[in-house]
Design a protein around this ligand. Sequence first.
Ligand code: AMP
Length: 255
Amino acid sequence: MPANNAHGSNRPILVIVAGPPAGGKGTISEHLVADIGLYQISTGDLLRDEIARGTEAGDKAMKLMRAGRLVPEGIVNSMVFSKLETAEVRRKGAILDGFPRTESQAAALADYCSNSNWWRVDAYIAIDVPEEVLLERAAGRRIDPVTKLVYHVKFNPPPADIAARLQIREDDQPHRQRRRIATYRENAAPIERVFSNRLVHIDGDQPMHGVYQQFVEKMLVACWGGDSGRKHSTIPAKWNEFLAEEKKKQNASKL
Ligand code: AMP
C-alpha cells in the first residue's frame, strides 16, 4: 500500500495514454493491466457500461457517442475522479485511456492532482498514427459482445466459431471515425501544453508489439527512472533490466 505522501516515491503511478481513435490506446492499457496490474480507467468503457445499465448519464451519453461526438465533461470528469478516489485504484496505480480529451478536462485533471495527496501525472504518452491507418483499423474492428475482446478482420482475425456474433461499433463507421479523428487533432495541442513537462510521443504506425515496447520504455523512464526513487519491485524482471541499462547510459553521459 503506497504511503499517503504526495511527493514521495510511494505514491501510485498515473500514466495517460493518449492518441487518436483506433490508435491502440485500449490494447496498450490491457497489456499494462496484465503485465504490472495497473488499473485501467477507460472513459469510453465506463460510458458504454453506463449505457448498458440504462443510467441517466448513459442516456445522455448514448446519442453523442453514436455520432462520434464528445460527452459533456460534467459526466466524464466525475466518473474519472471518483475512480481515482477508490482504494483499489490507489493501491494499483492507474492508466488513463481516453481521458483527458479536451483542454478543459486536462485543466480539471491538473487541478484535481494539485489538490490530491495521492495523484501526480507521471507521463503523458501520445501515440502518433496517420489518418489512413486509423480509418483502416476502425473499418475492420470487431467486438465480441461476450468476452469484450477486440478483433480486426485483417490484423487480428477472430476464431471462426465466434465470427457470427461479432459486432461493429457504430462510431467506427468511416464518416464518424473521420469526425472523431478531427476532434482528437483539434484538442491534442492544447492538452499537450498542460502536460508539456510529462509529454512523450511514440510512433504508433507499426505492429502492436513495437508500439507497446516503445510505450513501456518511455513509461519506465518516466515512472521509475531518473531520480524518482520509486521501488522496482512492482515491475517485471525484464523491465528492471532495461531500467538498469538506462541508468548506466545516464551515468555514462554525466561523466
Ligand atoms: P473510446 O472508447 O475511447 O473511443 O470512446 C468512445 C466515445 O466515448 C467517444 O467517441 C466519446 O463520444 C465518448 N468519450 C470517451 N471519453 C471521453 C472523454 N474524455 N470526454 C468526452 N467524451 C468521451
